[in-house]
Design a protein around this ligand. Structure first.
Ligand SMILES: [Zn+2]
Length: 227
C-alpha cells in the first residue's frame, strides 16, 4: 500500500474518532493521580495538560499522537511536540497505557484509570484499531495467573490485517505471481528458438556429419520393425 493511501486511511480513522461528552469515566481519579505525580517531581498542572487529559478521558477509542493532536487543537492552540511530551509523561504517571505493536515502532495509547479490561485488534498495515470485549477472556486469564497475583492492567492486542488490507495484499501477491509466470514463459520461449542450419565450409565436414548421422540411426533406429 502506498504511503499516501495509509495517510488517507489514517485521516478517515481520525475523523471517526470523536470526543463524547457522556464519557469521562475515571477522569477525576486520573487527575488526582497525575497531580500527585507532578507534585512529587516539582512540576505544575497546566491548562494544556488538563485539556489533553480531559480529551483522552472523553475518547472511546485508542489514539496516537497525531489523532490526539487533531482533537486537542480544536479546543486550544497546541503543538504536536507538547502532545508527544505529555503523552510520555502521562504514561510514566500511569494514567494512560502505551502499546507498541507496529513493526515500524509507532505507538498507540489508551486511558487506563477505572477502565474495563479491553483487548485491541490492530491492522499492522493501515493502523486501524478495533476494541474487543474481554468479558469472556478475563476469567480464562484469571484462571491462569497466580492466585496471590493482583492484576492491575491487561495488555492484549491481536495483530493482523484488516479485510481491506488483506484483499490488497492478496491482490499484490497475485500480480507478483503473474509477473513471475510471464517472466518464466518469456525465458522459456527465448531458449526454444529454432536451430539454424549448419553452414559447411568443406565437403569433408558434410561427409563427417553424414557418417555421424548414419551411425546414430544404426544405434537408435527411428522406426522399429516387427517381424
Ligand atoms: Zn488495514
Amino acid at each position: 500500500m502506498k504511503q499516501e493511501e495509509i495517510v488517507q486511511r489514517r485521516e478517515r480513522i481520525i475523523r471517526k474518532t470523536v470526543v463524547k461528552e457522556e464519557l469521562g469515566q475515571g477522569l477525576q481519579e486520573a487527575e488526582a493521580v497525575l497531580n500527585a505525580y507532578l507534585k512529587e517531581r516539582g512540576m505544575n498542572q497546566t491548562p494544556e495538560r488538563s485539556q489533553i487529559l480531559w480529551t483522552i478521558y472523553h475518547l472511546d477509542a485508542p489514539f496516537d499522537v497525531d489523532m490526539l493532536h487533531e482533537l486537542v487543537r480544536e479546543k486550544i492552540n497546541i503543538c504536536r511536540v507538547t502532545i508527544h511530551n505529555n503523552l510520555t509523561l502521562f504514561a510514566d504517571a500511569g494514567v494512560i497505557a502505551r502499546f507498541q505493536p507496529f513493526p515500524n515502532g509507532s505507538q498507540f495509547f489508551v486511558k487506563s484509570i477505572s477502565q474495563p479490561p479491553r483487548a485491541y485488534q490492530v491492522c499492522s498495515q493501515c493502523g486501524a484499531i478495533k476494541v474487543l470485549s474481554m468479558k469472556e477472556i478475563v476469567p480464562l486469564i484469571a484462571a491462569q495467573t497466580q492466585k496471590s497475583f493482583h492484576t492491575s492492567q491487561y495488555c492484549l492486542y491481536v495483530l493482523g490485517l484488516c479485510a481491506k488490507c488483506f484483499r490488497e495484499k492478496r491482490h499484490e501477491a497475485q500480480l507478483h505471481q503473474q509477473a513471475v509466470q510471464q517472466e518464466r514463459e518469456k525465458r522459456a520461449s527465448a531458449t526454444k528458438q529454432p536451430r539454424r542450419k549448419k553452414r559447411y565450409t568443406s565437403i569433408k565436414e558434410v561427409r563427417r556429419d553424414q557418417e555421424l548421422l548414419a551411425l546414430k540411426e544404426k544405434k537408435f533406429p527411428k522406426n522399429k520393425t516387427t517381424k
